[in-house]
Design a protein. Structure first.
Length: 317
């Protein structure tokens, strides 16, 4: 099945993944202008009323950019919705997204038919992130348009499946839009994702170390200074397993090698989760490729050069 029109002809086949606390309108706008889908969690807008202001800023700025640059319009943007029952803001945030007809909704932690129907009602599409083939089938059965395969090595909440296995199993029955997440930080990785069967790469941690990201300087510098050996996989902080920077766990006074298991029923994405993630910093395993803090546009430009070089190296152009 061909990609939906909104995802066709991207200058770079990639999505900047929604970074909890970190993504903001400034980063989303620069990602879209540079040619990748920019995204942010609705929950990053605190208080909830701020979401309306942020969506107005994003839509108005990108519309003005497109008028000024009809030959190279911005990529579309996406808003991430946590559909888990602990998100008490979901109904409010969906209503705000409906007012702005957000083109892409990324859903996480549960697939809901009513949410998918609402997005389709205003003409948008839904991409649902999953960590295994079972959840992938459920998402499509409930009306999601596409999938984000969150494989081993992804930042924040991540699965343990090899990307080879996960994409292979999904492609046996699903030919719709598929993005791949997990250690994506180079143009070579983007091409590898496509070779594996995905349509798009889903890139998160590399965007933490950008000027526009709403992360502390210490967080950004730790991304630059760290590599895959510095990533710890734990469910302690939110009740869902995820990857975090070892240095931030040590700084919080904990032993990263002796973290207790959390009760999944304690999962919560209200204020307590935000507080935890201000101290415990999420990151994927691909950060060894991140060597400096730079503007998001420069990061995307590097990814484009690497992607094209990889194509040429394999005689694809």
């Amino acid at each position: 099945m061909a990609l939906p029109p909104i995802l066709k002809n991207l200058p770079l086949p990639a999505i900047g993944s929604p970074l909890f606390i970190i993504s903001n309108p400034k980063l989303v706008i620069e990602q879209c202008k540079a040619g990748v889908v920019g995204s942010m969690p609705a929950l990053n807008a605190r208080p909830a009323e701020l979401l309306d202001e942020w969506l107005a800023e994003i839509t108005e700025t990108l519309a003005a950019y497109n008028r000024a640059n009809p030959d190279r319009p911005a990529a579309p943007f996406a808003i991430n919705q946590i559909v888990h029952k602990s998100n008490e803001r979901l109904e409010h945030d969906m209503q705000v997204c409906a007012r702005y007809k957000v083109p892409i909704i990324i859903t996480s932690l549960g697939a809901r038919e009513d949410v998918n129907n609402a997005v389709h009602g205003w003409g948008g599409i839904v991409l649902h992130d999953i960590i295994n083939n079972k959840f992938a089938r459920k998402a499509i059965e409930k009306g999601a348009d596409g999938l984000i395969a969150v494989a081993a090595g992804a930042g924040g909440h991540a699965g343990v499946k090899s990307p080879f296995a996960l994409v292979q199993e999904i492609r046996e029955w699903f030919d719709g839009p598929l993005a791949l997440s997990g250690s994506m930080a180079t143009g070579d990785a983007i091409l590898a994702a496509q070779a594996m069967g995905a349509d798009l790469a889903y890139i998160g941690s590399a965007f933490i170390a950008t000027d526009e990201a709403r992360a502390s300087d210490a967080y950004k510098q730790m991304i630059v200074a760290s590599n895959s050996d510095d990533i710890v996989y734990s469910n302690l902080f939110t009740g869902v397993h995820g990857n975090y920077l070892r240095g931030s766990i040590v700084a919080a006074g904990m032993d990263p090698d002796k973290l207790p298991e959390s009760d999944p029923s304690a999962m919560n994405f209200g204020g307590s989760a935000a507080k935890a993630w201000k101290e415990i910093w999420g990151s994927g395993q691909g950060i060894g490729a991140v060597r400096e803090v730079l503007p998001a546009a420069q990061l995307v430009a590097r990814l484009k050069r690497e992607y094209q070089a990889a194509r040429e190296r394999l005689a694809l152009n």
